[in-house]
Each structure stands twice: as structure tokens, then as C-alpha cells.
Design a protein around this ligand. Sequence first.
Ligand SMILES: O=C(O)[C@H](O)COP(=O)(O)O
Ligand SMILES: [Mg+2]
Length: 421
Amino acid sequence: MASLNRIEADYWFETPGDPRRTAEVMAGEQSSGTFVAVPGETPELMARAAARVERLDLLDHAQAPSLPSVDPAAPPAPGGYRRARLTLSWPLETTGPSLPNLLATVAGNLFELRQVSGLRLTDIRLPAAFADAYAGPKFGVAGTRALAGVPDGPLIGTIVKPSVGFGPEETAALVATLAGAGIDFIKDDELQSDGPLCPFEARVDAVMRAIEAEADRRGRKAMFAFNITGDLDQMRRRHDHVLKRGGTCVMASLNSVGLAGMIELGRFTQLPIHAHRNGWGYLSRSPQLGFDYRAWHKIWRLAGADHMHVNGIANKFSEPDASVIASAQACREPLFESRADAIMPVFSSGQTARQAPATFAALGSTDLIYAAGGGILAHPDGPAGGVTALREAWEAAMAQVPLQSYAQTHPMLARALERFG
Ligand SMILES: O=C(O)[C@H](O)COP(=O)(O)O
Ligand SMILES: [Mg+2]
């Protein structure tokens, strides 16, 4: 982010009223003002504390409001619903470099304002004081590669599936097979943490025995992201247990642990944090409401996320490919000029060998974790065949050889293409 002494936030919004007046309402609501003038809101106070409208670009009109209004029976706005792009700024002095208070400021009581019929936070830019206050990712791309022993190329990964139901030993047996096949990365599914069916510590112990045994043979330790999602004490205890057993990654569900949870984990951790974004749909699925990933991910990355989920090309959800790639590219851009803080985008959701070429072509980089759950485990020759097939798919993608041609001399890839056609 550029060097600034004000916080900046970009929005897309839609309004039945005058866009300039709406922008001023947003700035007022989120700084010194309220719905009516109050004593003390002097020009001097506003000069030091008020949010400022930095830029307003008018866009198209919509015939109908994108979001329901307070009075659904109200007649349509005579001139239609004007859309606009807006940049607001705030003096750093009002919030200080505090992520939770930043969130309440740039994404607080805005989305429900009656003056808007659509509102989306599209980006944020922060003063360097935030870089002093938050260390950001401790491992990022380089640290993850070093711990996983993968100096270049994608990290080929999977998710333990069935997501829940296996006990510790069944999980470890699957992990032994995957590690034996040369996988780089495995994660718990977000549904698996510390239930009685698969207690956390027993799972870590069994899985790490399998991983260490394979690491002794191969000289390279597969990275397993153990899901430590819980309250603060639980997360600290689980982190320490993973560390003690030689594990190299912990995972947390961002929307479950919340921002304070992630900040605390970011400060505490001695391991990379694999940040799962489950729940993202309720923050983003309507294009006229919520967040762009570019804005949202910056907050969690600054809090300490080293890997962040971005969905995947031709995913099993509803997100278009262009949006997935924009998210992944955002993870690769530095947050601050003063430090290298790129993080690993995690492509995951219905990924198979098939999407490797398009992913590589669109991203133009192999700094990613490519995690295929069903796409590895449901391979006709079993999970080991799935790992081999996915690696072959990426070899083909990087060499720009069509998958079908490469499959002629790579039977595991050929079987994957048949299975996931
Ligand atoms: O947590 C995840 O990333 C998903 O469970 C992905 O699973 P899938 O590869 O089987 O879709
Ligand atoms: Mg999952």
C-alpha cells in the first residue's frame, strides 16, 4: 500500500438519492457526524476528525434497487438508482493503527444506511503505522516453501475426506498413503477440529507419526495444516501441541475465530497460519453488498494469515473465475512498500487435474497451494494415484503441453482425466 497518513477505503454504491449527498452521509455517519447537527461538531473538530470524500465517480443507473428498502411499497426513485465509485479517507488519529477499529470504521454502519440501495467495500489502503503495529504473515510464500521443502512449483495438496468421521488412526493411515506418494500439503477439513470422534491431540499424534516416518524416508516433511479453530486458550494449546509434535502448520476458520482471535493467533504463532475463509459467501455473494476479497483479505493478512483460500477455477461454488484470479493476484501484491509480505493463495473447491493449465495460465505463477480433496482422493487408482496425477497435470501446465498429450505417456493423469471429465 502507498505511504499515507490517512486511511482510505474505496466503495461501489447505489442510491435512490443524490450520490454526492449520499457520499457525505457515509462520511458523516462513519466519523464525526450523526443524522443531525450536534453541538461541538465545529469546523475545527471536523478538520481534525471527519472523514473526507476524496473521489466520487458517477456510473450507470439501475431501474430497480439492488437491495430491499425500508419501505418496499415506496414508489421507484424518479431518476432511477444511481451507481458510483467512492473513495473516503479518515485521519489515522481517530482510530489509531487498530484493525478491529479500522473494520468498524470502513465497514461499520454503512451497508444498512437507508440512503443506499447497494454498497460494497472494494479496497482499503493503510498508513505505514499499521505495518508497525502488525507484523503480518510471519512465513508467507518463502517461509511456507522452506518448511514444506518445496523451493519451486505449486504445493500440491489435499484435504482429508471424508471431512469428518475418521478417527485419528484412520486419518493417519490416509496421511501415510498421501505422504508416501510425495504430497506437499494436507489439511484438516474445516469441519474437523476437536470432536470426540477424532480428538485433536490424538489426531496430531497419529498424523505426525505417519508424516515423520515418511519424512525420514524422503528427507522432506509434508506440511499438514491442523485445524486449531476454537477459543483463544484452545487455539494456543492446540498450536503448542502441533509444534511439540513437529508439525509445520496450523489452520483457522477466519469467520469463526474473528478478528481479535486471528490477531492473537498471529502474534502467538510459531507456525504458518492456513486461513480458511468458509462463510465468505455471506460477505460477498451478492455483487451489490459486502466486500471484495481485495479489501477483506488485507485485514486478515495483516493480522497474520500466511495462506488464504481463494476458491478455484471452475469451482464447485458460484464464484466466477475472474473473481478467483483477482483474489489470488491480490494475495501476491505487497501490502506495504517496506516489506515482502506476499502470501500463498490457496486454490481449493472442486479442483482436479483438469483445472491446472487454466490456473497456471491465469495466475502466471506457481506460488500457490493447489488443494484437491475429491480431486485426489477419488482417483480411480486411489489417493496415491491422485497425487501423481495432479503433479503430472501441473508438469504439463508449466511445460504448456496439453493435458491430453501429456496423459498419453502418464497413465495416472489419463485415469484422472477419465474420472474427472
Ligand atoms: O476445505 C476445502 O478447501 C474444501 O473442503 C475442498 O474440498 P474439495 O476439493 O473436495 O472440493
Ligand atoms: Mg472444506
